[in-house]
Design a protein around this ligand. Structure first.
Ligand code: TMP
Length: 217
């Protein structure tokens, strides 16, 4: 590897339900550690005490129907808190941050899943993120039905996991569309392959990203 490792990179992991994000977050952390990079792990919705409370509000199944706009505002409220009190300060200190989901999930779930307009999401995105975006995103792609079965096997299903298969198929297509339009940022890995192959592909994608940015630093 030539060059030096830049400070303060923001990495995210995305995918539908049951894609194996937690397992692959461990793999990413290990690859980075081997390259001498410590990473701060976090997740969305959540990542701070207040944002974790908003996560509970979002995920808990409830009798009262949740209006789509309420859901979207809660997602962005959690993100505003996460960004202000955890992500930006860590990046400013030069740390690397690895988040289990970020704004791509909003485009996939609230945009494609719920059908909220791109304009509405773009307005909130501008307000909360002001152009901020991940430097690298790993997309774990799995067919909706397969992922839902894996998620169901984990136990009690949350409010999103209870959505119909169509919803999850729209989420998947939306993520794949984002990967097609931003191939430099988003690396897609087939998460329905055997675990050893998924892990090898993730290792190679993350190592490739680090080598690329170290080479251009
Ligand atoms: P997870 O921790 O299993 O990924 O669960 C988080 C859930 O929250 C998941 O079903 C996707 C959903 N979600 C959204 O709907 N919009 C968002 O912006 C984010 C970050 C997550």
């Amino acid at each position: 590897m030539t060059g030096s490792i830049p400070r303060g990179m923001f990495l995210t992991v995305e995918g539908g339900e049951g894609a194996g994000k937690s397992t692959q977050m461990d793999v990413i952390e290990a690859v980075l550690r081997e390259k001498g990079i410590q990473v701060l792990r976090t997740r969305e919705p959540g990542g701070t005490p207040l944002a974790e409370e908003i996560r509970t509000l979002l995920l808990e199944p409830r009798e009262e129907p949740v209006a789509e706009l309420t859901e979207l505002l809660l997602v962005f409220a959690a993100r505003a808190q996460h960004l202000t009190s955890l992500i930006r300060p860590a990046l400013a200190r030069g740390e690397w941050v690895l988040s289990d989901r970020f704004v791509d999930a909003t485009l996939a779930y609230q945009g494609a899943g719920r059908g909220m307009s791109e304009e509405t999401i773009a307005t909130l995105r501008h307000l909360v993120l002001d152009g901020f975006s991940p430097d690298f995103t790993l997309l774990l792609d799995v067919p909706a039905q397969r992922g839902l079965e894996r998620a169901a096997a984990r136990g009690e299903r949350d409010r999103f996991e209870r959505e119909a298969r169509d919803f999850h198929e729209r989420v998947r297509e939306s993520y794949l569309g984002m990967a097609r339009s931003e191939p430099h940022r988003i690396s897609v890995v087939d998460a329905s392959a055997p675990l050893v192959s998924v892990t090898a592909a993730v290792r190679s994608a993350v190592a490739g990203f680090v080598d690329r940015i170290a080479g251009s630093a």
